[in-house]
Ligand binder design. Structure first.
Ligand code: SF4
Length: 237
């Protein structure tokens, strides 16, 4: 199911993330919509908003097998607060074993191609399987997050995964995200207080210095233009 230009125009003019979410919920079958949470601050905001609009929406996250222990703590805390269970997507063990056998444990450090292979195996393949069953996926991307995300729209056709992608927080600033978190007592990742604004797999994430770009701590050894894992491609924002 595609989205036409007229619908896209209307949605992109919605003023609040909640109005974008309410539109999605009313326009599509709830069973064919899911929210992809990476447990970041933006995703925690959307979890809170969704819990107030449609408490039974499918929320999934990907357990790559390389997450920080604090990420699992946040999963438990969020499930408890909002009374739901994440759907946890996992990579196929056989595929992970195979890339490690062929290229070593730390293949992501060897070159960009192998880093992308690791992301593909651990994240994209499980995501692809999940998205095949959906009409719409909701994500917490924001335009100002990095140079790879500067063309994000509130709603767009995702030509990589062939479904509608909704980014209700596209126009929000980091300040708005944190204001919402504080005002609504939203649980958030404990590493955010230790200099980690963007958190992914433990081996590929570090704390940043004051003044650095928010995604500087992700794959910090790479050129910023490459800093996506393939879940969110530039042309599909
Ligand atoms: Fe592998 Fe790092 Fe990508 Fe995680 S972020 S899937 S460890 S390359």
């Amino acid at each position: 199911m595609k989205i036409d230009q007229e619908q896209k125009k209307i949605i992109n003019e919605f003023k609040t993330p909640q109005s974008v979410l309410s539109w999605v919920i009313s326009a599509f079958s709830v069973n064919n919509i899911a929210f992809a949470s990476s447990l970041g601050a933006e995703d925690q905001v959307l979890t809170d908003m969704l819990s107030k609009i449609v408490p039974k929406l499918n929320i999934f996250t990907i357990d790559t097998g390389a997450l920080y222990p604090e990420s699992y703590d946040l999963i438990k805390k969020t499930e408890k607060k909002y009374n739901f269970k994440y759907e946890i997507l996992k990579p196929e063990k056989k595929a992970v074993d195979q890339i490690i056998t062929e290229h070593g444990d730390e293949l992501y450090l060897k070159n960009l191609e192998l880093r992308k292979l690791c992301c593909k195996t651990r994240k994209i393949e499980p995501l692809k399987k999940k998205l095949k069953k959906l009409d719409v996926w909701i994500c917490g991307l924001r335009t100002e997050q990095s140079i790879t995300r500067n063309s994000i729209e509130k709603v767009a056709w995702d030509s990589t995964f062939k479904l509608i992608k909704v980014n209700p927080l596209a126009e929000w600033t980091e300040e708005q995200v944190w204001k919402y978190i504080k005002e609504n007592n939203v649980p958030y990742h404990s590493l955010h207080d230790k200099g980690y604004p963007s958190i992914g797999c433990a081996p590929c994430t570090r704390a940043i210095e004051p003044g650095e770009d928010v995604r500087a701590g992700r794959w910090w050894w790479e050129n910023p233009i490459h800093k996506e894992c393939g879940l969110h491609n530039r042309k599909d924002h």
